[in-house]
Design a binder for this molecule. Structure first.
Ligand code: FMN
Length: 203
C-alpha cells in the first residue's frame, strides 16, 4: 500500500492557493493509488522549532532536560521517518520574499541530518533517501518568474526547494505552478485553471 506525505506551509489558511492545489494533488494521487494512507503535516499549525544551539548539543549527546525541546527533537525525528515512509510527497509552498516560508525552512533544517538523510562520501554529498519516491510541489506566487520574466533572477523558491530535496536523494520532482496570482482576477483564474488541468492529467 502506498503512503502519501502531505505537507502544507502557507500562512493563509482557507485563502491559500498552495493549500488548495496540494489537496487536489493528494486527491489525485489517492485516485491513482487506491487505499493509500496519508500522513499530513501542517507546518503552520504545528511548526518545528528553529534549529538552535540546544538542538546541536542534544545531537552531540547532551542530556535533554527541557520537555519542550525533547518533544521538538522527537518531532524532528518523526519528520525524517515520514520521508522514509512516504512513496509520494506533496508539498504546498508559496513564494514568500522570493523564497520559501520560514516554517518550511525550519522543517528542512530538521530533516537534513548527516548520517540519516545525506552523507559525504568520496564523490561528495550523497542523498540517503531510497530512490523511487515521487515529489509534487504545489507552487504559488504573486508575480511571474518563468520564461523571459525580468524577475526570473529572483526565483529562490522552487529552485531552492528542488536543490535541497535533491541533496537528500529526492530527485523525481514535479512542479505544479500557479503564478501571477497578484495580477488581477483574470490572471489568477487562468493560473488556477492551468494548475488544475496539470493535476488532472497527472499519471
Ligand atoms: C509574506 C508574503 C510574502 C510574499 N512574497 C512574495 C514574493 O516575494 N514574490 C511573489 O511573487 N509573491 C509574493 N507573495 C505573494 C504570494 O506568493 C501569493 O499570494 C501566493 O498565492 C501565496 O500562496 P498561498 O495562497 O498558498 O498562501 C507574498 C505573500 C506573502 C503573504
Amino acid at each position: 500500500m502506498s503512503t502519501i506525505l502531505h505537507i502544507d506551509t502557507s500562512v493563509l489558511g482557507g485563502y491559500s492557493v498552495s493549500r488548495q492545489l496540494s489537496a487536489e494533488i493528494v486527491a489525485r494521487q489517492k485516485t491513482l493509488h487506491p487505499g493509500a494512507t496519508v500522513i499530513y503535516r501542517d507546518l503552520v499549525q504545528s511548526p518545528a522549532q528553529h534549529l538552535s544551539d540546544k538542538h546541536i548539543a542534544a545531537f552531540q549527546g547532551a542530556e535533554v532536560t527541557d520537555a519542550e525541546l525533547g518533544a521538538d527533537l522527537a518531532a524532528g525525528g518523526a519528520f525524517i521517518d515520514d520521508l522514509f515512509a512516504a512513496d509520494v510527497i506533496v508539498i504546498g509552498v508559496p513564494m514568500y520574499n522570493f523564497s520559501i516560508p520560514s516554517q518550511l525552512k525550519a522543517w528542512i533544517d530538521r530533516v537534513c541530518v548527516a548520517g540519516r538523510t545525506f552523507q559525504y562520501g568520496a564523490n561528495g554529498p550523497e542523498g540517503l533517501l531510497p530512490k523511487g519516491k515521487k515529489v509534487f510541489i504545489a507552487s504559488s506566487r504573486g508575480g511571474q518568474y518563468t520564461g523571459d520574466s525580468p524577475a526570473a533572477f529572483l526565483e529562490h523558491q522552487e529552485s531552492y526547494l528542488k536543490a535541497v530535496l535533491g541533496f537528500i536523494g529526492l530527485t523525481d520532482v514535479t512542479i505544479i505552478r500557479a503564478e501571477n496570482l497578484s495580477r488581477g482576477d483574470e490572471a489568477k483564474s487562468a493560473a488556477l485553471a492551468d494548475a488544475k488541468k496539470q493535476i488532472a492529467s497527472l499519471a
